[in-house]
Design a protein around this ligand. Sequence first.
Ligand code: JFZ
Length: 452
Amino acid sequence: MQLKYGAQTTQRRDDPTMRAFRRDRFGQFIHWGLYALPAGVWRGETYDFAAEFLPKSANIPDADWQALAADFTVDRFDAAEWARTAKAMGARYVTVTAKHHDGFCLWPSEYSDTTVAATPHGRDLLGEIVAAYEAEGIAVHLYYSVLDWHHPDWRYRIESADDEASFARFLTFAQNQLRELATRYPTVRGFWFDGTWDESVKANGGWTLEVERMLKELIPGVLVNSRLRADENGARHRDSNGDLMGDFFSGYERRLPDPWDRSMAEHDWEACMTIPQNSWGHHASAAVAATRKQPAELIEQLAHAVSLSGNLLLNFGPMGDGALPAFEVEIAREIGDWMRANGEAIHGCGMAPGWDYPGWGYYTQNADTGATYAIVTRMPVSGVIKPQAPAGTSIRSVRALATGEEVEFARLDDQTISIPVPREARVPIVFALEAEREQAPAPSQEVNPDVA
Ligand code: JFZ
């Protein structure tokens, strides 16, 4: 089907910016805004739903909500500290909420009356974040919610000529803000769109394409996630022909491809993940805290994503005063310890072609060096794993990545070996496997057809 607003190409990008994003594999998501102040609690009542949805959960009038700007004094905010934490965790890029659904802007937007300019300090918090992360060599992407609970012209659906006119004004406003962001922060590497699922946006696929084009004109090579885009039939992420719109698929949210599906590696993708079950903004509730994932669980998810040539964007919700919650600092530290020893199996890696999905974890491979990694996330009770190289290849050596030591293994057949795994491992242990093509093909022999 011929589409005007669908995918502009069926080729995946292979330019330096895209390659860098692909190599990075691990990013930090930051959800920070006014919602960090109440942290899910309003007038003594705790709402366990996502903290950034509090205005809806507690039915808070917009004026009361925007008044929080007076309390957004961010006394403990230190962008350099956030950036150091991200760097030490092994994150290579950050995606930060410039504007979330509540409309509050972390930069002093000239198009909005609810921004950092309305806080007592008036600081350009977004600018500080961009500068601090880039100083650490971390690429910055800007999250932007098209959905806007504050703007009077926002519409969920278009039901009248009035709605039509309002929403047209709204789209101009959003496009102005996006031009403003791309102009103020021309060093950013990507835009991450959200809040694009309503009928009103889906009816404006042409606008989503126009925005993508505008951003790429202002910042050559800039990355745009699939969540921005809709075609003329309202198909999202993928157009009516099934072709991916935007540069990478961003539909995996708080979940990963399950069952493991190697067709995922045919396009670029990124999954975003929360530490608690369901809150992106900082949440004060003990019930929400009880759902926090363990560092080892998050590392497992990172390995899962990379084994399918995807990225993981792990969310942090800094507190209203700008400090990172202690539990997030601790999780970042533990992931960082693992990454320092094992990051070689993550950064620059993707799916290991020809290696089957092993029940005990994930394989990743660095296409440049050819090294294959076995990341053991589900230790078999037997205490052994049996990696199997692709047909025609054979595993020559095994090294424990964290110690660098050679590991003894038993050979089961040409392709398969058996490795004893130390049972005390508390985080995924990683083996670097060196496999080579067989020298001479094995002579064919009669086989028992019953055990084929
Ligand atoms: C959205 C936001 O509503 C949320 O606050 C957060 O910013 C997150 C990253 O994005 O939530 C979504 C978006 C998409 C889906 C579900 C929740 N989805 O596609 O299933």
